[in-house]
Design a protein around this ligand. Structure first.
Ligand SMILES: [Ca+2]
Length: 232
C-alpha cells in the first residue's frame, strides 16, 4: 500500500515539473488529500489563460477609494463546483498559445518585460442573468455579489521586486447559499494594485475549473462579451 502512495506522489511530482509552462501547475482545492503528512492537490482540468497589458496612464474602468480598478468579464455557462483565479505580473517566460485570450495592447507591447504591478484580484457575480437586448445596460445598472478577493499568494513566483505579491484564490461553490453558489451567469474579475498607485505592464490571468466548461468566455468589456455570446 505504501508503495502505491509513493508511486502516486512521484507521478504527481513529475507532472508538476514536466510541464513546459513557467508557472507552477494550477492546483484545485477539490479532491485535496494528505498523504503521509504531505498535501497533494490535483491540477485544475480546465485552465483558461488571458494575456493582458495595461499602458501606464490608462483610464481605469472604475476608481474607488483612490484605487484604479480594471475588469475582466467572465461568462460561466453552467454551475461549477469550484473556480480558481490567479494573476501574475509581469509576463516573462510565457507565450500565448492557440486557445488563449490575448489583448491587442499585449501584442503591441510584448517587448516590454519590465513594467509590472503588485496584483490584487476579486471575483463578483452580476445580478443580471438574462442575455437579452438590454443586457449591457442592465448589467451596468445591476448589482454585484462578492465571492472573495486576494492580494498576495506564496504559491506564485516572486515579482521583480523580490516579493511574492502575485495573487491566487480558490472559490468553492456552496449550493445551499445563493450568494456563495457558483451558478451559471456573468462574473467579473476585478484587478488593481494593493497599494494606491499605477496599474501598468503585462499580466497573465488564469481561470481554473475542475470540470471542462465549454462556452466559457472572457472579455475586457461588456460589449465584447455580448458580441461573443450572440455569435454562439
Ligand atoms: Ca499583491
Amino acid at each position: 500500500m505504501k508503495k502505491i502512495f509513493l508511486l502516486i506522489a512521484i507521478s504527481l511530482f513529475m507532472v508538476k515539473f514536466s510541464n513546459a509552462q513557467k508557472l507552477p501547475t494550477f492546483d484545485a482545492d477539490l479532491g485535496k488529500k494528505t498523504v503521509f503528512g504531505q498535501e497533494i492537490r490535483l491540477p485544475y482540468t480546465d485552465v483558461v489563460s488571458y494575456y493582458g497589458y495595461i499602458k501606464s496612464g490608462s483610464t481605469p474602468d472604475e476608481e474607488r477609494g483612490g484605487k484604479k480598478y480594471y475588469y475582466l468579464y467572465l461568462w460561466v455557462p453552467s454551475a461549477v463546483p469550484e473556480i480558481g483565479i490567479r494573476m501574475v505580473s509581469p509576463v516573462t517566460d510565457m507565450k500565448p498559445e492557440k486557445p488563449d485570450y490575448v489583448m491587442d495592447e499585449y501584442k503591441e507591447n510584448s517587448n516590454d518585460k519590465t513594467s509590472y504591478f503588485d496584483t490584487w484580484i476579486s471575483l463578483e457575480r452580476s445580478s443580471v442573468i438574462l442575455n437579452d437586448s438590454g443586457f449591457v445596460e442592465n448589467v451596468k445598472n445591476g448589482s454585484w455579489t462578492s465571492y472573495g478577493q486576494n492580494d498576495d499568494s506564496g504559491e506564485l513566483p516572486k515579482q521583480p521586486s523580490g516579493n511574492k505579491y502575485n495573487s491566487l484564490m480558490r472559490i468553492t461553490s456552496d449550493a445551499s447559499n445563493p450568494t456563495k453558489a457558483l451558478v451559471k451567469g456573468l462574473y467579473r474579475i476585478g484587478f488593481t494594485t494593493y497599494k494606491t498607485g499605477e496599474v501598468q505592464g503585462s499580466f497573465i490571468a488564469q481561470i481554473g475549473a475542475v470540470v471542462k466548461i465549454p462556452g466559457t468566455i472572457i472579455a475586457r468589456n461588456l460589449d465584447g462579451l455580448k458580441a461573443i455570446l450572440d455569435s454562439k
